[in-house]
Write a protein that binds this ligand. Structure first.
Ligand SMILES: Nc1ncnc2c1ncn2[C@@H]1O[C@H](COP(=O)(O)OP(=O)(O)O)[C@@H](O)[C@H]1O
Ligand SMILES: [Mg+2]
Length: 370
């Protein structure tokens, strides 16, 4: 799939903007703080419904203005979709698809698929489990909007169950109703995650092997606190989840918190048997993220039937020549948006193969290289 066009009004530092994109490669060059990432953010917003930089929609509205408007035209092999987002400073945002208003944000998912790669993604390796869960959740939600709905329900039930636990003051607690619902949704989440991680692991291993010319074996493992096995099915997982809740109940009553379940899931990355987070070099950590991102692209294509769009925010200069070349070589059929402060490190040849834009203080001009 590809984005043909974007239109912005009073979004971030853009007053008015309309751009037609190249079907393959779009490069945004400019100094810092000119509005490069803002463009990628607008595209991401049309795919996911929220920014990757802020959870406060008001920040997206141009200073001193009341609302921001974003429109993208998406084309796929079989159809065209128009996504419009109107962000109001005072009320919640409105989303339209082909002129029809959405009643649930979740219904936006699947219209435009995106993979974002930014320096922040190193957090997936280096930081706590919530970063890795966010990675898993974002990806599966895009492929399977039903997952997003289940996740939303699970989180609501979890909150309510936590509230009950928190108010526990030595009374006998009846958590059965909550447990049942938590297990029902939670077990589904685990089933989806298990399947997703298994596939991403195979793809990432393959990518990593190629990038490192066979020297490194990357493993991605699902670390669930409910001790599930490879062959476990939904009913087994439900049973184990139930058992785990039963065993931990005294501790939960003491702590006033739900202590087992998919909200505590994690991922483990290993290279040649050693955990990347602890033992990996900076270079290995970066390559792991690159392998993971390329795996995401392939996985989405497999599931959706078309490649998602790829947003590369300031990552080119962080990769060495070899990895840059590998990345560019792998992107032949993926519409890609690159932001960079210098053109130099980009090893791109023919001018027909891309559009180059210069970004300066909320204005964008098309450039051609001599
Ligand atoms: N709501 C807003 N209204 C006006 N300007 C904004 C708003 N949000 C961010 N900006 C401006 O956008 C610029 C940052 O844009 P960004 O795309 O992150 O830059 P970069 O080119 O470095 O990627 C800054 O100059 C910032 O002041
Ligand atoms: Mg930026």
């Amino acid at each position: 799939m590809m984005v043909e066009e974007i239109k912005l009004i009073d979004y971030r530092n853009y007053k008015q903007l309309q751009l037609q994109f190249h079907p393959k490669l779009n490069i945004f060059v400019g100094e810092n703080a000119q509005g490069k990432t803002n463009i990628l953010e607008a595209l991401y917003l049309c795919a996911i419904g929220k920014s990757f930089r802020t959870s406060k929609d008001q920040e997206l509205v141009k200073i001193l203005k009341d609302h921001a408007y974003i429109k993208t035209t998406i084309s796929k092999t079989t159809d065209k979709t128009e996504i419009e987002i109107l962000i109001n400073k005072e009320s919640s945002k409105r989303i339209k698809i082909n002129k029809l208003s959405l009643t649930k944000y979740g219904d936006l998912l699947g219209n435009l698929n995106v993979v974002l790669f930014s320096p922040e993604d190193l957090k997936i390796i280096k930081e706590g489990p919530s970063e890795r869960r966010r990675f898993i959740n974002n990806d599966i939600s895009q492929i399977l909007p039903r997952y997003y709905h289940t996740l939303t329900q699970y989180n609501k039930i979890l909150q309510q169950r936590n509230k009950v636990l928190k108010n526990y003051k030595g009374k006998t607690l009846d958590l059965e109703v909550w447990d049942e619902q938590l297990i029902e949704r939670g077990a589904w989440l685990i089933v989806y995650r298990k399947k997703f991680i298994k596939r991403i692991a195979i793809l990432a291993k393959l990518m990593h092997k190629k990038i490192t010319e066979g020297l490194e074996l990357l493993e991605v493992q699902y670390d669930s606190n409910i001790k599930i096995k490879e062959e476990d099915e939904l009913k087994d997982i439900k049973e184990k989840f139930k058992q785990a809740l039963k065993e931990i109940k005294p501790l939960e009553e003491k702590r006033g918190l739900t202590l087992v379940g998919p909200h505590r899931d994690d991922l483990i990355f290993k290279i040649n048997g050693l955990e990347v987070k602890t033992y990996g070099s900076q270079g290995q950590q970066r390559t792991t993220v690159l392998s993971l991102k390329l795996a995401e692209l392939e996985l989405m294509r497999g599931e959706v039937g078309e490649y998602p769009i790829l947003l590369l925010d300031d990552v080119m200069s962080e990769l060495d020549k070899k990895r840059q070349n590998y990345l560019i070589k792998n992107l032949k059929n993926v519409q890609t948006f690159i932001t960079t402060t210098m053109m130099e490190p980009l090893n791109i040849k023919s001018q027909e193969e891309y559009k180059l834009f210069s970004v300066c203080n909320g204005e964008i001009n098309r450039l051609s290289l001599k």
